[in-house]
Design a protein around this ligand. Structure first.
Ligand SMILES: Cc1cc2nc3c(=O)[nH]c(=O)nc-3n(C[C@H](O)[C@H](O)[C@H](O)COP(=O)(O)O)c2cc1C
Length: 248
């Protein structure tokens, strides 16, 4: 197995960091890995904001569902889906640019997350662990104010990076589905309730009587939650603002 594949297989989220800072050279490699990512029409519809101010880090950690390990991370980056630079450029050339639609936002989100994942892979190759913080898409109004975001630059992801502490290295990687449960040929398969249940039991290595409590736990901690409601509210505000044609 080559080194790239091995690192992809071995990567797991890092939530406990050594105090060691990330060297400037390492940061540049990570940023350049983002620049080299593919993007739709090579429009690079994203920007990255490094959060170096400890007070700002603290505020974001609280806004992101109060996850204190964010504050301990030597490097924190917010990835923005960003059409702002094109909007400004079009406008300065007197080109029509009457607001953007949801399709534009989806493309910008795709650009942004692909660039983000390039940084994850690059960091991993340098022995630097990382963890996505999905909660950055909550509380849009506050995040917008804290980071001075213009209308067409929306938070898509936050990532924290650092050399893994021993506890992070010791943590086992959560299980994955097998390829046959996730990869299909030519069309999406029809699967019975029983087949779906068996698929989850295989992944989680559950005995028959254990599935129900597993499903209820995930439903309670991941689905039936305040943070999901806040995320959906926040995203709706972002979409409404992005596609409101009040700037022309
Ligand atoms: C979009 C996205 C959002 C995530 N948000 C968080 C988060 O807010 N907090 C956290 O600790 N982990 C977060 N994670 C990490 C996942 O929990 C982790 O990737 C998943 O459990 C699989 O574990 P692994 O990365 O160690 O393989 C997020 C991952 C993704 C892709």
């Amino acid at each position: 197995m080559n080194k790239t594949i091995q690192q992809l297989y071995e990567r797991k989220s890092t939530r406990a960091f050594l105090k060691e800072p990330i060297a400037q050279k390492e940061k540049e490699i990570i940023f350049e890995a983002a620049m080299q990512a593919p993007s739709a029409g090579n429009m690079s519809l994203y920007s990255i904001v490094e959060i170096s101010d400890p007070v700002l880090k603290e505020k974001l950690a609280i806004l992101c569902d109060d996850q204190p390990f964010i504050v301990q991370a030597p490097l924190v980056l917010v990835f923005l889906a960003d059409y702002q630079k094109w909007h400004t450029l079009f406008a300065s050339h007197d080109l029509p640019c009457a607001g953007f639609g949801e399709g534009d936002l989806f493309l910008a989100m795709a650009d942004c997350l692909i660039a983000a994942q390039n940084t994850v892979v690059a960091a991993e190759s340098l022995g630097i662990g990382s963890c996505y913080i999905g909660d950055i898409i909550e509380h849009y109004e506050e995040v917008k104010e804290l980071l001075h975001l213009p209308k067409y630059a929306l938070p898509a992801a936050m990532l924290v990076y650092g050399k893994p502490a021993p506890s992070a290295l010791a943590r086992s990687k959560p299980p994955r589905f097998s390829i046959q449960d996730m990869v299909f040929t030519n069309s999406y398969p029809e699967r019975s309730d029983k087949q779906i249940e068996e698929m989850f039991m295989r992944r989680q290595d559950l005995a028959k009587g254990e599935l129900d409590s597993y499903v209820k736990r995930i439903h309670s901690f991941k689905y039936d939650t305040d943070f999901r409601q806040e995320m959906n509210r926040s995203i709706q505000v972002m979409i409404d603002s992005w596609s409101r044609h009040d700037d022309v």
